[in-house]
Ligand binder design. Structure first.
Ligand code: AMP
Length: 426
């Protein structure tokens, strides 16, 4: 067992880690912390749940603390962390506060979707570390509230997500505003070509740090699969949730609309649930998340993007209500449970049209997902063939046309007859 002390971490930070009851560093911490302390650029391949936030926050805090001991000048933004979602931004800032408790290093966080007043006030008071989402960061730079001229430590977090969410141009603009002399750390769960290319524009002679490649799902996570029909998913879910062992579950829905619908169905069955997605106000999301953490909410229904920043230490169940069509997304999702070595379970509901995704997933994780035989709603329907799908699309198009033609006719009749809409409806 390697203690934190052997990584070269200074006493004020060790004390904070002890208070947090971190007994030993995680694998990415063992690998990355000494490299970052030696001022290397780092290309880190790691998903959330591996302890990567502490892996960059601790050495940055240490650099900043030691520099302030030398020169106690007014605070300037010396470190910038850019991350894709507000939830992640808030959690990273909280990590800096926690690990930096005895260092006197100050941080603040800026993200969109809320008024900027509180954020600009915090900035005016002076901070050493700024955690930001790309859009709001650029906005505040353009308004003159933020300057990046003094940044010495730059972190790009969850780079793959950032590109998925269409932030590439924002990232380019941000990088252009950074001083060229700096230390840069780049983290991504996956490393496709476009990510490697982007990392080359940011990093100089980076050291590579690789923990649990994306294809290996945490060994502690048990995975179960139900094959069912689309129309039966909601009943199957209720059946699964009868198991009181599932005290808390994070449930994934592909769409926001779907998330709301699932949430309503659960509430109808008197199951404490809540939905979290991009259309919900930020304070609402924070509230729901807090309720989930305290156990008040049993099932949290989330879209992939909204769930990105959710970090619940003891989450034991993840439910895939929709199967993701990208295998990596499955690995991301189930990685939300079984964190830091805890027990985790992933339950997947697969409808005929999603059968093909299972093959991709099993190939990526290099294992078979356990089939649940005890299933009152087994899959009886078949996925459509390519030809059937085409015909169905044509059919849908036709029905839509008929619907609108009928509607138009009705409207024309109404307006020409001079009757009000209601009276013509009979
Ligand atoms: P992250 O991968 O940064 O999202 O961290 C995942 C979770 O692991 C967070 O809840 C951290 O508080 C926790 N964590 C990070 N490092 C350690 C550690 N060395 N020991 C125990 N828990 C940790």
């Amino acid at each position: 067992m390697m203690p934190f002390k052997e990584l070269g971490i200074i006493e004020p930070i060790l004390r904070a880690l002890k208070e947090e009851k971190y007994t030993e560093p995680t694998s990415i911490q063992v690998k990355a912390i000494p490299l970052i302390l030696k001022r290397n650029d780092v290309l880190g391949s790691a998903q959330t749940g591996t302890g990567k936030t502490a892996a960059f926050a601790i050495p940055i805090l240490q650099h900043l603390f030691l520099a302030r001991q030398q020169n106690n000048s007014p605070r300037k933004i010396k470190s910038l962390i850019v991350t894709p979602t507000r939830e992640l931004a808030i959690q990273i800032a909280e990590s800096f506060t926690t690990y930096g408790k005895f260092t006197g290093i100050k941080n603040t966080v800026v993200f969109g979707g809320v008024k900027q007043g509180a954020q600009t006030n915090a900035l005016r008071n002076g901070v050493d570390v700024l955690v930001a989402t790309p859009g709001r960061l650029l906005d505040l730079i353009n308004q003159g509230f933020i300057r990046l001229n003094d940044v010495e430590y730059f972190v790009l977090d969850e780079a793959d997500r950032m590109l998925d969410m269409g932030f590439i141009n924002d990232i380019r603009k941000i990088i252009a505003k950074l001083p060229t002399k700096r230390q840069s750390l780049f983290f991504s769960a996956t490393m496709p070509n476009n990510i490697v290319e982007l990392s080359r524009k940011i990093l100089r002679n980076p050291m590579k740090v690789d923990v649990s490649p994306i294809s290996s799902t945490a060994e502690t996570i048990k995975q179960y699969l139900y094959y069912t029909n689309k129309a039966h998913k909601k009943d199957l879910l209720i059946h699964i949730l009868k198991d009181q062992k599932i005290d808390q579950a994070l449930l994934f829905s592909r769409t926001k609309h779907g998330a709301d619908k699932i949430d309503r169905n659960l509430k109808k069955q008197k199951i404490n649930s809540a939905a979290i997605h991009g259309d919900k106000a930020q304070n609402q999301r924070q509230k729901v998340l807090a309720q989930f953490k305290t156990g008040e909410v049993r099932v949290l229904v989330a879209t992939d993007i909204a769930a990105r920043g959710i970090d619940i230490d003891k989450l034991k169940y993840v439910i895939n209500y929709d199967m993701p069509n990208i295998a990596e997304t499955y690995v991301h999702r189930i990685g939300r449970s079984g964190r830091a070595g805890e027990e985790g379970n992933a339950i997947s509901l697969c409808e005929p049209e999603e059968n093909a995704y299972i093959k991709d997933i099993e190939k990526l994780i290099n294992q078979k997902i356990e089939l649940v035989k005890e299933n009152p709603y087994p899959q009886t329907e078949k996925p459509m063939t390519g030809k059937e799908k085409k015909e169905w699309e044509k059919e849908k198009q036709l029905r839509r046309q008929e619907y609108f033609t009928a509607k138009n006719k009705k409207q024309n009749r109404t307006s020409s007859s001079g009757f009000s809409k209601r009276s013509s409806g009979r």
